[in-house]
Design a protein around this ligand. Structure first.
Ligand code: UDP
Ligand code: MN
Length: 298
């Protein structure tokens, strides 16, 4: 389905963070969901207005990232250096790096109003467990200092780097990222967990979009709920000897099916260069690193 959704025009026009959206500027792509949430594409918002509006709100925006095992040396420096260039420039930002080796975190020069905090976490043996444990750790952090100092938070994978402005146009009560490999697939083929025994299961016909766990965000309260839901589902599955198809991402997709995101980011916000050129992908904001699992995962 393409084009502007007229039912949503009123809510699009009232977006808190971008002011007036221009969904008609991108008639070739879907710019709103069936429940009236904007899908943010390049050209549908004015970045200067978004920056100005966010500045007036005097926000602190959190950015969490896990860098455990070899992911730390391989990705963290570039992720943080490019975040300094592109992530919420002009806003107050607090990075939260979760790692088992705080001393190995690279010293990145930070701009004014930007801070970096390092939190020690235990290293899980299996990479799947590293990924899944993030939900429990984030839930605790959001209930602690991170939750007190930030108003909105983005949670991201470290195996990517910023390549364009990722600003306050991405902020909302809850934010989901369209998965670059799946945004144009028919719904019934999307890789949701379908095993009805799993807490992450979606029945046939369920699921709006396939969202990427490499980027999600929202208010502290919304993310407390999201992380609690996912951590609970992961725990239940484990107790029954189950592991959802795409681990924490499957549970995230279940959450966003039950609690529709207030804003959806187009695949321009987290793009995989391996897909190649696509006419509708104008200016990628994050680029995935090539998958080198052989080097990274035991
Ligand atoms: N991660 C990590 N160490 C690991 C496995 C995962 O730090 O051994 C973190 C890291 O932030 C990574 C994220 O968990 O980006 C998700 O894992 P990965 O990127 O390998 O999953 P994929 O994107 O391939 O599904
Ligand atoms: Mn990743």
């Amino acid at each position: 389905p393409m084009g502007v959704c007229p039912a949503a025009t009123m809510s699009l026009l009232r977006d808190n963070f971008t002011g007036v959206l221009r969904p008609w500027a991108r008639p070739e792509v879907l710019t709103c969901t069936s429940w009236g949430a904007p899908i943010i594409w390049d050209g549908t918002f004015d970045p200067d207005v978004a920056q100005q509006k966010a500045g007036q709100k005097n926000l602190t925006i959190g950015l969490t990232v896990f860098a455990i095992g070899r992911y730390l040396e391989k990705y963290l420096a570039r992720f943080l250096e490019t975040a300094e260039q592109h992530f919420m420039v002009g806003q107050r930002v607090v990075y939260y790096v979760f790692t088992e080796r705080p001393a190995a975190v690279p010293r990145v020069a930070l701009g004014p109003g930007r801070r970096l905090r390092v939190e020690r976490v235990a290293r899980e043996r299996r990479w799947q467990d590293v990924c899944m444990e993030r939900m429990r750790t984030l839930h605790a952090a959001l209930g602690g200092r991170l939750g007190r100092e930030a108003s909105f938070v983005f949670c991201m994978d470290v195996d990517q780097h910023f390549s364009g402005a990722f600003g306050p146009e991405a902020l909302a009560e809850s934010v989901a990222q369209l998965h670059a490999w799946h945004y144009h697939w028919p719904r019934r083929l999307l890789p949701f967990e379908r095993d009805g025994r799993s807490a992450a299961a979606l029945a046939p016909g369920e699921g709006d979009f396939y969202y990427h766990a490499a980027v999600f965000g929202g208010s502290v309260a919304a993310l407390r709920e999201l992380t609690a839901h996912c951590a609970r589902g992961l725990r239940r599955d484990r107790a029954r000897g189950l592991e959802a198809r795409w681990h924490d991402e499957s549970h995230l997709n279940k959450f966003f099916w039950l609690h529709k995101p207030a804003k959806v980011l187009s695949p321009e916000f987290c793009w995989s260069p391996e897909i190649g050129r696509r006419a509708e992908i104008r200016r990628p904001r994050l680029l995935w690193a090539p998958k080198e699992y052989g080097l990274l995962r035991d």
